[in-house]
Design a protein around this ligand. Structure first.
Ligand code: ZN
Ligand code: ZN
Ligand code: ZN
Length: 362
């Protein structure tokens, strides 16, 4: 789908959501809508989308050449401003009164500048008012996400061959980063290596701890390919697993399988969470599953929808998100298994195919 078509769809969504406008600032919303990714800086860049008017892109004059090169330039009116002029007054004049959604990552300085000019406008975030703006992927996006997932799978296959015992988490993290780059990732976004007790902290940063024989090691890593994110988790064991580790891993594997099998169009996000969580609760580890089951993924690693109790959003074909249950036993170890999945016309497609059994490493 070309960028002009995305703008048209955004205008329809705005109208349906009862919003009078949408402001996209540099970041994923702007990249999605017009295919342009300028650096977020202090000079205001703002795409103003309204239901019944042509989209307007406000840019500092020095950024005009970049804006003109964007794939959607023909579908926009571009208005420049010069240093010394007030870009907030210029932008504020375009806004209808009512409710206007602005990119979640917009700088506070920009939001406050607009608010000062237009106290009559109720500003809200895209995440709150238009959470599904980027949630349903088109075929081109799905193909890139598939490629990114395959690259992450291949990076995991590589890492099974490296030495763990006696090395520090940051050494294995460096290997993971190298493997992601070797398998087509342009950037590496995160490389979580949580060994032994560190695995019980879901977002543990790889540190100086030396990995020991018998350790469970949570590996959660991803990067970007052509703008789109990969995100995979596997838990491995150094040598032979203790009986409880093997048991907990099997519970998480079964929970992840149940979550994935619950995915199909029309099912609510919270039902996928429920399916995975029920398996862990039945095994007696409910208290140890301390986070939601998953998150949407695309141009951002974490984006709507949220696979969590209370989110009744019905799944639609083309949505992509993670299914990543885990069990975290404080002071001992953690286990998590994560795949990215896509909702299809009649069910689910796993984008990650790396084996999910408890792999032994050396
Ligand atoms: Zn995360
Ligand atoms: Zn992850
Ligand atoms: Zn994730």
């Amino acid at each position: 789908m070309n960028a002009g078509a995305r703008l048209d769809r955004a205008r329809e969504r705005l109208a349906r959501a009862g919003l009078s406008g949408l402001i996209a600032t540099p970041g994923s919303d702007l990249a999605y809508l017009i295919g342009w990714s300028p650096l977020p800086l202090e000079r205001l860049i703002a795409l103003v989308v309204r239901p019944d008017a042509e989209p307007v892109l406000i840019v500092p004059e020095l950024e005009r050449p970049g804006a003109l090169a964007s794939p959607a330039a023909d579908a926009l009116e571009i208005r420049g401003w010069r240093d010394g002029e007030d870009p907030y007054a210029l932008t504020a004049r375009l806004l209808p009164s009512g409710r206007v959604a602005i990119s979640d990552g917009a700088w506070a300085a920009h939001v406050l500048g607009l608010q000062r000019e237009r106290p009559d406008v109720a500003f809200t975030t895209v995440g709150a008012a238009l959470p599904l703006l980027r949630a349903v992927k088109d075929p081109e996006e799905l193909e890139i996400l598939r490629r990114a997932a395959r690259g992450a799978d291949e990076a995991f296959a590589d890492i099974l061959g490296v030495r763990f015992a006696g090395r520090r988490e940051i050494d294995v993290a460096a290997d993971l980063a190298e493997a992601l780059r070797a398998h087509g990732h342009g950037t590496v976004e995160f490389t979580i290596v949580g060994s032994g007790p560190n695995g019980a902290s879901p977002h543990h940063e790889a540190g100086e701890r030396r990995i020991e024989p018998g350790d469970a090691v949570v590996l959660d890593f991803g990067g970007r390919m052509a703008g789109y994110c990969s995100d995979i988790t596997r838990t491995v064991v150094v040598g032979e697993p203790a009986p409880e580790l093997a048991r907990v891993h099997e519970v998480v594997r079964a929970a992840q399988q149940a979550g994935v099998e619950a995915v199909r169009p029309g099912v609510a996000c919270e039902d996928v969470d429920r399916a995975a969580r029920a398996v862990i609760e039945e095994a007696g580890y409910g208290e140890a599953f301390v986070h939601r089951t998953g998150h949407g993924i695309g141009l951002d690693v974490h984006e709507p929808p949220s696979i969590v109790a209370g989110d009744r959003t019905p799944l639609e074909p083309g949505m992509t998100f993670s299914v990543e249950p885990g069990i975290y036993l404080e002071g001992r170890f953690g286990v998590r298994i994560e795949d990215i999945v896509a909702v299809t016309e009649d069910g689910v497609e796993r984008l990650n195919q790396a084996p999910r059994d408890l792999a032994r490493v050396i």
